[in-house]
Design a protein around this ligand. Structure first.
Ligand SMILES: Cc1cc2nc3c(=O)[nH]c(=O)nc-3n(C[C@H](O)[C@H](O)[C@H](O)COP(=O)(O)OP(=O)(O)OC[C@H]3O[C@@H](n4cnc5c(N)ncnc54)[C@H](O)[C@@H]3O)c2cc1C
Length: 356
């Protein structure tokens, strides 16, 4: 996703671009290969991500129009929690950025969303224009369009050292997600940490529309570290833990969900979506986050190499921002801007998450 949108931005500015992926675009090992990803502007007080998400959504919709394929569903996004500071920051930032939103107290929350059970202390902010992107489909559609527009596509494994030495290219951009620390262990080990993330799709009772996107928005309970999506395209109600799992190798990791994780998920359903407590598991996926210490992306020059760049560190929230990241990277490559300290490699803080 980071690579494809960077290729798109450079192509739009007249560059001749070659895209290389060892397993093909949005493959089943890639973080971008999942079924669905939330796109929302609600980010606490981090206005930059609110802006990027809004600008990016327009480009995702432009892509949808071009390929005439459904890539986005406007489900709305519901941010739940008892942390009133985060919710207040989110509501204020959304209003400042002109993004419609609504505060909901617990009684109203219960009335509107009886499928969810978050207790009396829970409050919420609803962002009605947010929604869900069909991730794999969207990236593959983008890559198809890039091919039509003259971007060269190749499936092969890139050896980092050889690619850096190759002087045929004016710029080389590594947007290799969770593989970045494997390609540049001296520089990126510990800076980007791939973690195992397990995702579950449960079947709603027959004929029960409460779990469809008409009645249930995408929801995120940040202080509990869980999130869920309504039943989209009849694939089941998605629910997952946002907290970081064990450190993994994205290339060789076993992608069958663990019995323990399923048991934990059943406990969560019992308390938070009791109507699905005994729902059958329809599908599951194991994917990886590629976490930076604080959750901010890593977009910078590779130290000591003027024409080599890194774009990664999506940290469990990067997908939606692809179009904005692509433009940012193109600006860096063309020397139109210097790396923002927030996204720079130098001076990254110790591992303490600050973006949710
Ligand atoms: C379970 C889960 C839920 C998520 N939910 C959301 C969400 O709701 N909203 C959101 O915005 N974000 C979400 N994210 C985060 C988002 O999906 C990622 O941040 C994003 O997809 C990362 O994209 P990427 O292009 O950096 O990496 P990837 O998609 O992993 O792509 C990296 C590519 O590099 C290729 N590659 C690696 N090494 C080489 C090499 N040597 N040679 C050639 N090719 C190579 C790989 O094959 C791979 O295809 C979620 C992530 C996960 C795992």
């Amino acid at each position: 996703m980071f690579g494809a949108w960077t290729a798109c931005a450079l192509k739009d500015r007249g560059w001749r671009v070659t895209m290389i992926d060892q397993h093909g675009p949005a493959n089943s090992r890639a973080s971008s290969g999942g079924e669905t990803r939330i796109i929302r502007s609600g980010y606490g007080n981090l206005a930059i991500y609110a802006r990027w998400a809004g600008a990016s959504l327009l480009e995702w919709l432009g892509l949808e129009l071009r390929v005439q394929e459904r890539l986005f569903v406007k489900t709305g996004a519901l941010f739940l929690g008892s942390d009133s500071t985060w919710l207040a920051d989110t509501a204020r930032t959304l209003r400042d950025e002109g993004v419609p939103c609504e505060r909901l107290e617990s009684a109203e929350l219960r009335r509107r969303y009886p499928q969810l059970e978050f207790g009396d202390r829970a409050g919420a902010v609803l962002e009605p224009a947010a929604g869900v992107l069909f991730a794999r489909r969207a990236v593959q559609a983008l890559v198809r369009v890039l091919g039509q527009d003259g971007v060269e596509l190749t499936a092969r494994h890139v050896d980092a050292r050889a690619a850096i030495r190759d002087d045929h290219a004016d710029a080389v951009i590594f947007a290799t997600g969770a593989w970045l620390p494997m390609l540049f262990p001296d520089i990126l080990e510990g800076v980007i940490v791939p973690t195992r993330q397990e995702v579950f799709f449960f079947g709603a009772p027959a004929g029960d529309a409460r779990y469809s996107a008409v009645h249930l928005p995408a929801w995120v309970a940040f202080d509990e570290g869980i999130y869920g999506l309504p039943d989209l395209e009849c694939r089941g109600v998605k629910i997952a833990v946002d907290g970081h799992g064990p450190v993994v190798d994205p290339e060789t990791m076993d992608r069958i969900v663990s019995v323990d994780a399923l048991a934990r998920m059943r406990d969560l359903l019992r308390t938070r979506m009791p109507g699905l407590a005994d729902a059958p598991l329809l599908e599951s996926r194991v994917c990886q986050y590629e976490n930076t210490a604080d959750g901010h992306f890593l977009m910078d020059r590779l130290p000591g190499h003027d024409r080599v760049w890194i774009a990664g560190g999506g940290s469990g929230h990067g997908f939606k921002h692809g179009p904005a990241v692509g433009r940012y990277m193109a600006d860096l490559v063309e020397g139109r801007r210097e790396p923002d300290p927030m996204f720079q490699l130098a001076g990254r803080p110790p591992r303490r998450r600050a973006v949710y």
